[in-house]
Ligand binder design. Structure first.
Ligand SMILES: *Cc1c(COP(=O)(O)O)cnc(C)c1O
Length: 394
């Protein structure tokens, strides 16, 4: 048998390796010049003009998207008694950060086409305690921007976008990261669309929010380590103004991310080409292919390529996964809906509203490999293997 094709692999080249090694040789390993440069460059890559960028948008580098989501909610003042609307079709990180602050995530159902939050269901979930909504741009397909802004303003909610799957993409002509939301959080986890091993970036145009997040990112110290050691104030002096966290990004990780950032559009285009090939190869099989953006100026990041087996398939999702694995192709499931996990099920209690779309889609959803370092040969083999399994030949 030919080599196993893993479900996901990072796309790391010599330039990333050299940047990391150079940082290791530099004598500065923790948050420093690379992290500061990454914050600047990340925002520069998003912002269409220098004017917009300097007037408003700032980046806050963190050691994970989870940390970033937590920092945003903390800075927004989310706390006990508050409710935050979260789609059930996400990774547990999106909801767990709400619990860190003693608030309650209210899980809502998703739209069967996009698997993104269904804003009609979200509207039904709003109560006087609802403070914020956390949409997830699932798989890299942005939530419709105009509808999201309309929903949030109708109910007076803060918006924190979980953009862990969606860099770099435009949504209705404007990059995810800019726009009306309070903050947008990206992930640099090893399998995401750009990586620093572990890491993340918060982007926000609210300077008060950014100031609070920068302080809470590093122990509630009012200036970060780098400026502490390089400014003209006495280097030993600092002030603790809050019980903060330890969420800063190392310069070793930032060095890797800076190189990945320069490649991020090319890596997205490679994934787009893979998705287009899968669409062709899998046409006519008993599978529902991923939704395409409805708006002509919206990209798909193609972090995931999620198939839904239809009623006509001769096997269920679990058997499909087993046969794919036997034939040498890794797959995964995104996501086990949060309300299927014991912690979230117990928290919601026995009388919680049903989430029937997520329940049904979970039965048939399966993610096949899509990463920018896949060879054409691997892409062909994945397509052919899906075809063979569904046609009963493997
Ligand atoms: C990966 C992921 C996160 C968490 O990202 P980390 O950087 O690993 O903390 C959050 N939300 C979603 C939807 C994710 O897929």
């Amino acid at each position: 048998m030919t080599d196993f094709i893993p479900f996901a692999l990072p796309d790391i080249g010599e330039a990333e390796i050299e940047a990391v090694v150079a940082t290791m040789r530099s004598g500065w390993l923790t948050t420093g010049p690379n992290a500061a440069a990454l914050e600047r460059e990340f925002v520069e890559a998003l912002a269409p003009t220098r004017h917009v960028r300097e007037a408003t948008v700032q980046g806050v580098a963190v050691n994970s998207a989870t940390a970033g989501l937590h920092l945003v909610l903390e800075a927004l003042g989310i706390g006990p008694g508050d409710e935050v609307i979260v789609p059930t079709w996400t990774f547990t990180a999106t909801a767990e950060v709400v619990r860190y602050l003693g608030a309650t995530p209210v899980l809502v159902d998703v739209h069967p086409d996009t698997l993104n939050i269904d804003l009609d269901r979200a509207a039904e979930a709003v109560t006087p305690r609802t403070k914020a909504v956390m949409p997830v741009h699932f798989a890299g397909l942005p939530v419709a921007r105009a509808e999201l802004a309309e929903f949030a303003s109708a109910y007076g909610l803060r918006v924190v976008e979980d953009a862990a799957h969606s860099h770099p993409v435009d949504s209705e002509g404007m990059p995810v990261g800019l726009g009306a939301s309070d903050a947008v959080v990206f992930s640099f986890y090893a399998t995401k669309t750009m990586t620093s091993g572990e890491g993340g970036m918060i982007v926000s145009a609210d300077s008060d929010l950014v100031t609070r997040m920068r302080t809470m990112r590093l122990h509630g110290i009012s200036r970060d380590v780098f400026s502490r050691y390089t400014s003209t104030a006495p280097s030993w002096h600092y002030e603790v103004v809050a019980p903060g966290f330890k969420y800063n990004l190392t310069d070793v990780a930032a060095a890797m991310a800076r190189v990945q950032l320069t490649r991020s559009v090319a890596m997205r285009e490679r994934r787009s080409a893979i998705a287009a090939r899968y669409d062709d190869v899998l046409a006519g099989l008993p599978v529902r292919l991923p939704s395409r953006p409805a708006h002509p100026q919206t990209h798909h990041a193609w972090h995931l390529y999620v198939l839904r087996l239809t009623e006509d398939a001769s096997m269920g999702r679990d058997e499909f996964i087993q046969r794919m694995s036997d034939a040498g192709v890794g797959t995964s499931v995104h996501f086990i809906p949060l309300h299927h996990h014991p912690y979230w099920r117990d928290l919601r209690g026995p009388d919680a509203a049903p989430l029937p779309v997520a329940d049904a889609q979970f039965q048939c959803a399966v993610s096949i490999p899509i990463f920018s370092s896949m060879s054409d040969q691997q892409v062909e083999r994945v397509g052919e293997t899906v075809r063979a399994v569904l046609e009963g030949r493997a």
